[in-house]
Design a protein around this ligand. Structure first.
Ligand code: BGC
Length: 784
């Protein structure tokens, strides 16, 4: 792309120009190319392949091509840029045609992350478009239009845009029909489309970002003359669509976005350097339908300045934007707070899957932090089909690996040139394994195993004594724990063991050599952990909940000492009146470990707690997403540290994994992949009288529904064709257990394979089953 012509000229007196200059917003280029299809021929097929260094939106004969947003998406552009393909057969016609594109710097040349000083240009300064339209005609000929010297560029009303700063429209620069055949008005100058491209262009491989939902305003209230506060009732990642009515005067309308309110005004202090402000300048006598194209904000509230009349609900709407993965899991139960928590987790997930998994969608960060991704990946995979999304992102993780073998803290890698930290860098090993377990596709291991091995070798090489104490990068420990300091060697060594074990398991799945060597290494790391970090009385060095959890969840202590380690965990919880101290890493292990060792009652107490710190605390204070920190806002201290206080981070929402697998009881046996061999083990407890869970596994739908009745417990289970299941029925010794109204012994499709004083274990195949425990009577299957 050539240097942009200074059109319209920057006027320091003009508020819009001043704003553009102050924030360094990236220009939006209008590009077009007219072409002729021979008259008399008809179009059999037309396909366009398109990508950009930056973000593009394609138009053909005045009509938008596709409905994807923020294309071509964010990848590590130094290694790879993705292209999209659209079928445009219906849009091309004999005679004159025009291909148009809007182009902006986006992640490529705009501002990304905490780069106030750098102001963009992470990959290059100039955005560029690469497109190829192939039109097949009925005489067998093919007509091709590609990006070449025949394109023209101009300036139009969408003047500038930036993912962090916002978008500016100046309707004084309107260029009518710029994307239609003919000679549009405006100054169209030849454009130099960037020639040699050093990065690889590959087909897009996951679901595009799309507008997936439109939310109406739930409240509009005046803030002052021409100033309105709009509440959408939900914190989202997306943008606002606003109808601006015509008006006699020239009007500048400003939209400032924020996640919450402070004394009745939109709170923006936590956005740091992200201005999150859109501006529309409307010519006298004109109105417009505004909706930004190349920016995205994290918000629940928007302050609109410059509208004389209150916007109606139809005038102002919030558009939810994220990678459009298919929903997979559903959960509901009898407790409204737990339902709200799960809604918050889901919204937190939706707000943080915008092309790559991000930490947050609102402030000047929005980066692919690898620990956030690995702790949340199991929960995310219950909520949606993440298989393509994470698999694509893992290529960026591998591309970010250092020559020495260290995975990065963030992917796509930007800003940092340092070793990855424990639990962060390990995401490069853990996420492929989560995908393999959830979807059973070996490809993900094939694609990642070499990098996994380089990573484990890197840590091992620098830590021959097997405690991971060297080359720990920017060791974050158990990030954002409260009132506890988990020993960093404990956390690092635990992850070293876990990554090594996953590597050994991956190699054995792939029947690759060296699996035994890494399994032995994992055993040795585990022995070192026990020797150096497990104290005689069952405490793990540092004496924190997270330390105990890591040891138990990652199986780092000998079987005969596990109960001691677990007792210390319970003692710690009880000494705090059952309150958690865990940060990002520990929290994902908390409820699963309590359940696994027989104290689901404590997991439920934590789930139902609404005192600080707890999940319920944010719920009871009106949260609609998961907060970054337990103390995002507290009654005592107000807003948490402003330098880092997002209200839409998903990490602490990793409890969803336990809600699905524990409360709902939808999980799989240890050796199973792709949910072929299910483990249906609902933890009936807490305040819940019923819970319903459904989950789309790769080959069908698993569902459980349990309800406590006066007589006992009723449990409905649906197992898809292609799966078998072990069901753990919480039936105490001597309690009557039936399926389909008949005693279990009388059923040939239910095989009892074991029993303890508290539970019966049975095996079933696919189908629908209704178990009753404790005498609840239900009609036999097939009966009226
Ligand atoms: C991010 C986190 C991330 C962390 C690293 C923060 O600024 O928001 O989610 O994992 O930095 O400690």
């Amino acid at each position: 792309m050539s240097e942009p012509p200074a059109d319209p000229p920057a006027d320091p007196e003009d508020p819009i120009d001043a704003q553009v200059a102050r924030w360094g917003l990236g220009r939006v280029f209008y590009l077009r190319r007219g072409f002729e299809i021979p008259v008399g021929r008809s179009v059999v097929r037309a396909r366009v392949q398109v990508t950009a260094h930056g973000l593009y939106r394609l138009q053909l004969n005045g009509i938008r091509v596709g409905a994807d947003e923020l294309t071509p998406g964010w990848t590590d552009y130094r290694h790879r840029v993705e292209y999209q393909t659209y079928d445009v057969t219906a849009l091309v016609r004999p005679g004159g045609n025009a291909l148009g594109a809007l182009l902006n710097g986006g992640w490529y040349a705009g501002r990304v992350g905490m780069d106030v000083l750098r102001a963009g240009n992470h990959y290059g300064r100039q955005p560029a478009l690469l497109a190829r339209l192939a039109v097949d005609l009925d005489d067998g000929s093919r007509f091709v239009v590609a990006t070449d010297e025949n394109w023209r560029e101009a300036t139009g009303p969408v003047r500038s845009s930036d993912l962090l700063a916002g978008e500016v429209w100046d309707l004084r620069c309107a260029v009518d029909d710029w994307d239609s055949p003919g000679n549009p008005a405006g100054r169209w100058t030849p454009v130099q489309i960037a020639g040699a491209d050093t990065s690889t262009v590959v087909a897009t491989s996951d679901e595009p970002v799309r507008v997936t939902q439109t939310l109406p305003a739930v409240a509009v209230s005046p803030l002052g003359p021409q100033r309105w506060l709009v509440d959408f009732g939900q914190n989202i990642a997306g943008r606002v669509a606003l109808r601006i009515p015509p008006d006699a005067a020239r009007r500048i309308v400003t939209l400032r976005h924020g996640e919450t309110l402070d004394r009745g005004e939109v709170y923006t202090a936590n956005l740091r350097g992200a201005q999150a402000t859109d501006v529309v300048i409307v010519a006298p006598g004109e109105g417009c339908d505004f909706e930004p194209l190349f920016t995205q904000h994290g918000f629940r509230f928007v302050e609109i300045d410059g509208l004389p009349d209150e916007p109606t609900a139809a005038d102002v709407r919030a558009r939810v934007l994220h990678s459009d993965m298919a929903a997979a899991g559903e959960f509901s139960c009898s407790d409204v707070d737990v339902n709200q928590l799960m809604a918050n987790v889901r919204w937190g997930a939706r707000g943080n899957v915008v092309s790559v998994p991000t930490d947050c969608p609102q402030r000047d960060e929005r980066l692919g932090w690898t620990a956030d991704a690995q702790v949340f990946a199991p929960s995310a995979s219950y909520l949606a089909d993440t298989s393509a999304f994470y698999r694509r992102w893992l290529r960026d993780v591998v591309d970010g690996q250092s020559p020495e073998g260290s995975y990065p803290d963030i992917a796509p890698l930007l800003l940092f040139d340092r070793d990855g930290a424990p639990a962060w860098a390990d995401g490069g090993v853990i996420v492929p394994w989560v995908l393999w377990k959830a979807y059973g596709n070996r490809r993900v291991l094939v694609e990642n195993v070499a990098a996994m091995r380089r990573w484990v070798d890197f840590v091992h090489r620098h830590n021959p004594d097997l405690l991971w104490v060297n080359r720990t990068g920017n060791h974050y420990g158990d990030w954002l724990q409260v009132g506890a300091h988990t020993d960093r060697d404990v956390l690092a060594t635990a992850y070293f063991a876990r990554s090594t074990r996953i590597l050994a398991d991956s190699l054995s799945v792939l029947e690759a050599p060296d699996s035994d060597r890494y399994r032995d290494l994992a055993v040795d790391i585990t022995a070192a952990f026990t020797r150096e970090l497990l104290e005689p009385d069952g405490w793990i060095r540092g004496h924190t909940q997270t330390g105990q959890l890591l040891a138990l969840a990652f199986d780092l202590v000998p079987a005969d000492r596990r109960s001691g380690v677990f007792e210390r965990l319970v003692a710690d919880l009880e000494s705090r009146d059952v309150r958690l101290t865990t940060g990002f890493c520990g929290v994902s292990l908390l409820c699963p470990v309590l359940s696994r060792f027989g104290r689901a009652d404590l997991a439920y107490r934590l789930l139902h707690d609404n005192r600080y710190p707890s999940w319920g605390y944010s719920v009871s204070h009106g949260a609609t997403t998961i907060w970054e920190r337990w103390n995002g806002w507290t009654e005592d201290g107000g807003f948490g540290p402003v330098a880092m206080n997002s209200f839409n981070h998903y990490s602490l929402g990793s409890v969803a994994e336990w809600v699905f697998s524990g409360v709902g009881g939808v999980g799989q046996e240890i050796g199973s992949v792709g949910y072929r061999d299910l483990l249906i083990a609902p933890q009936v407890g807490g305040r819940l009288s019923w819970a319903r869970t459904a989950y789309n596994v790769p080959h069908g739908r698993v569902a459980t529904s349990w309800e406590r009745t006066d007589a006992g417990l009723k449990l409905d289970v649906d197992i898809p064709v292609g799966s078998t299941a072990t069901v753990i029925l919480p039936a105490a010794d001597g309690v009557q257990v039936r399926e389909g109204g008949r005693n279990l012994e009388k059923r040939d499709d239910v095989t009892v394979v074991g029993a303890t004083p508290a539970a019966i274990r049975c095996r079933i195949g696919s189908g629908s089953f209704t178990f009753s425990i404790g005498g609840a009577e239900h009609p036999p299957r097939g009966a009226a």
